[in-house]
Design a binder for this molecule. Structure first.
Ligand code: FE2
Ligand code: FE2
Length: 269
């Protein structure tokens, strides 16, 4: 095995996202001959906010190697002690250092060490976080001593900030993919320095929802600006989105990145 292939799956929203993952990850893993799976689980709790220890354990039992997250990481309080004891559940690395958990991990895939980093953008995001450029710069000084195979999930709102991080890191990491907007972008490519890049992986959940949530509630909120409680949409059809990235294990450079989008018309509940 001189190349490795990694599936990266974008934000799975509530039970609809989890059911899509359960149903399709086996065949995707086979189709892409994937050696590892990284999934963004920040919306996988029943109400679409955060992740619980039971859901994280479920992902690991289904063969997920690393779970990344984002701004919803603290929505379920049970995750506070769990994230301390589970190094492969990440929170963005540029959260204040006093936050529980870590923003990077190193796993073994076959004979290779692979690093996964989670970062969050700052443009149009509520949280006041450390500079993600500075954070990854100092993290790389440590990680590069361990491995050149490095995957980055950049959880951000704007396309420009994600492109900025990707172009800044081009040639230093294997892949930079965005999450958080829940909308898959059509720009997957390998950058000139050998870093695979895609602005956003997209989401898993109800296809005709708004970011996985029931559209009527969200449209009401947009039209009235009244406070509402968003609810996860469970209606078919469903979508699951992500990318498959192939990396040369000798150099850590990406050989290819292919967008993945599975649509399923059948009811899952
Ligand atoms: Fe999300
Ligand atoms: Fe998010």
């Amino acid at each position: 095995m001189s190349n490795i292939r990694v599936l990266m799956i974008g934000d799975l929203v509530g039970p609809a996202g989890i059911k899509m993952f359960e149903k399709h990850i086996g065949s995707l893993k086979e189709k892409y001959k994937a050696d590892a799976i990284i999934v963004n689980g920040e919306n996988s709790a029943d109400n679409g906010r955060g992740i619980t220890p039971a859901i994280a354990d479920h992902f690991f039992e289904m063969g997920v190697n690393v779970i990344t997250t984002g701004n919803h990481i603290w929505a379920q309080k049970k995750i506070f002690p769990y994230i301390v004891s589970q190094p492969n559940l990440l929170r963005p690395a540029n959260y204040p250092s006093k936050c529980p958990g870590s923003g990077s991990t190193i796993i073994n895939i076959g004979a290779y060490k692979v690093a996964v980093v989670n970062l969050q953008g700052r443009v149009f995001m509520r949280e006041q976080l450390d500079d993600p450029f500075k954070t990854i710069e100092s993290l790389l000084q440590y990680l590069k001593h361990q491995t050149d195979i490095i995957f980055v999930d950049f959880h951000a709102e704007t396309t420009a900030e994600t492109a900025g991080i990707a172009l800044f890191l081009d040639g230093q990491v294997s892949a930079v993919v965005g999450t958080h907007t829940h909308i898959q972008t059509a720009d997957a490519r390998v950058l000139p320095g050998g870093t695979a890049f895609m602005t956003d992986l997209g989401m898993g959940g109800s296809l005709n929802s708004m970011i996985g949530m029931k559209k009527d509630i969200m449209i009401h909120h947009l039209r009235t600006q009244m406070p509402v409680r968003f609810e996860v949409d469970l209606e078919p059809p469903y979508v699951m989105s992500g990318a498959c990235i192939e990396v040369d294990t000798q150099t850590g450079q990406a050989l290819s990145i292919e967008a993945i989008r599975v649509v399923d018309d059948q009811g899952l509940f």
